[in-house]
Design a protein around this ligand. Structure first.
Ligand code: MG
Length: 218
């Protein structure tokens, strides 16, 4: 599954690269015992990690501690290189609410050994995304409230105002290193309140009261 959809649009969008930002909210960095970084911390997920609401989330068998991380997800429309911050939002085709699922046990081992995070971050179903909403419905991505309910209880709540690196800054930063392409996604980091998922869990995500998504854990 490497295609996603804009709300009210039947044309699928093929996903290209999936960029993810770590430690982009100070309170989450603190709960992980980590210091914020001076420049964005970037990692990738493979396109095979994409999951949508249509299918239940299958937790990987090689982890006993898979955590949810609720994040604003940015879809790149027009590609580019060396995009300025002032031009950055012109390159956005949509916004979604998503989950950067993380095998926290494997990630802790990787951190201790100084190894890459890919196995703990890139497994199947680890990049859950709602439908995407067009940017004209999101006038200010720098002031977006979002939340996650787990089995009917609020567990995560954030506002993009609290990002250490804003959406325009992230697009600018990434495009200096990587040529951005139509269909690239950026998972922009999670606020505090991450925690474990279990079989049978029901997840409800919302973005600015405009976009809602439900996922079930198999
Ligand atoms: Mg994350």
């Amino acid at each position: 599954m490497t295609q996603v959809y804009l709300q009210n649009n039947k044309n699928p969008i093929n996903i290209s690269n999936i960029f993810c930002i770590g430690r982009n909210y100070a309170a989450h960095a603190a709960e992980m015992g980590s210091a914020p970084t001076e420049t964005p911390m970037v990692f990738l997920k493979p396109t095979s990690a994409i999951a949508t609401e249509k299918s239940p989330i299958l937790l990987p068998q090689f982890s006993v501690e898979v955590h949810y991380e609720t994040e604003l997800v940015v879809l790149i429309g027009k590609g580019g290189k060396n995009i300025t911050e002032s031009d950055a939002l012109k390159h956005v085709a949509g916004y979604a609410i998503g989950l950067d699922l993380t095998a926290r046990d494997l990630q802790s081992q990787a951190k201790a050994k100084g190894h890459p995070w890919l196995l703990s971050k890139g497994f199947d179903n680890s990049a859950c995304v709602s439908q995407f909403i067009a940017p004209d419905a999101i006038p200010n991505p720098n002031d977006l409230h979002f939340s996650m309910e787990l089995n009917g209880k609020l567990v995560q709540e954030g506002n993009t105002q609290l990002m250490l690196f804003s959406v325009p800054t992230l697009i600018h930063f990434l495009s200096r290193v990587f040529t951005l392409n139509e269909g690239d996604l950026i998972f922009t980091g999670t606020p505090e309140g991450v925690g474990p998922l279990h079989s049978g869990d029901r997840i409800h995500l919302s973005l600015a009261n405009k976009l809602h998504a439900d996922f079930n854990v198999a």
